[in-house]
Design a protein around this ligand. Sequence first.
Ligand code: NAD
Length: 278
Amino acid sequence: MTKFTNANALIYGAAKGIGRAVAQEFARRGAQVAVADIDLAGAQETAATICAAGGQAVALRCDVTSDTSVREAAVGAEIALGDIDIVMNNVGAIMNGNPEDVPIGEWERIFSLNLMSVVRSNAVWLPKLLARGRGHIVNTASFAGLFPYATTRMPYVASKAAVIALSESLALYLHPQGIRVSCLCPGPVMTNVADGMKQWSANLVMQGPGSGLTVLRAEQVAVTLAEGMAADRVIIPTHDEAWEILRRHAADPDAYIQAKIEAVAAGDFGHPKMPVTP
Ligand SMILES: NC(=O)c1ccc[n+]([C@@H]2O[C@H](COP(=O)([O-])OP(=O)(O)OC[C@H]3O[C@@H](n4cnc5c(N)ncnc54)[C@H](O)[C@@H]3O)[C@@H](O)[C@H]2O)c1
């Protein structure tokens, strides 16, 4: 069972949003945290909030699209904290466009950020964790990779589905060797992930995962992740409703897809509800 007390964690992509909330939650549970992000000022801000709350954290600049940078951040985290117990690959970018409008270069950019960033991290961390026979790898995917709805961001869908498949196979391979693997699958979460999002088609309404879902705060997601990791869970969705959706999809994929087509035709784009604020 993964313990956070006195564990050392490195999070790639924690200058804001879900990564920042996870860094803070790990620290609250007693971990020392290395915050690696392309946005160094944001990473420093995350680390500062942790230190201000009495925890220990360092900030490192890292671009996860570069093998060298991912390796340098790993070394920087080890120098600052010592052996790393938890590695979280959280960077991800979204885009919006019909598939016929999305250039190949955009597929490559999204795959580099969302999938190859995990592969680059594994190239650095698997030998280290295997040599020690312990550790926990966490990869961030999305509901978009779990079940079909996100027709306006297919590179995102395909890269996140690949992250889920990779995480599950890694779990099969690594659990017998003492290393845990978890895959955080967020549904809608209130962050600025859509800021600066590239648009490849005009006036395109983004598809959401379901109008029955509520948008969560990143802090809630961080607690769900930490509890899921402590319970040694592999697939950790942020919303419990995901299991019922998955059951319906698995029971009859054709019927599921047909129902989704009909819902969109009727004007239901699956947009989640905003939380009711008191
Ligand atoms: N917010 C949601 O609703 C939602 C839903 C499903 C999945 N996710 C996934 O959760 C993860 C975090 O998303 P978020 O909503 O917190 O987004 P965010 O944009 O707030 O955070 C992403 C972080 O990644 C960093 N980053 C971007 N490019 C980088 C690079 N090349 N190298 C290093 N760092 C880089 C950013 O600076 C930022 O700190 C992503 O993988 C995203 O796909 C989010």
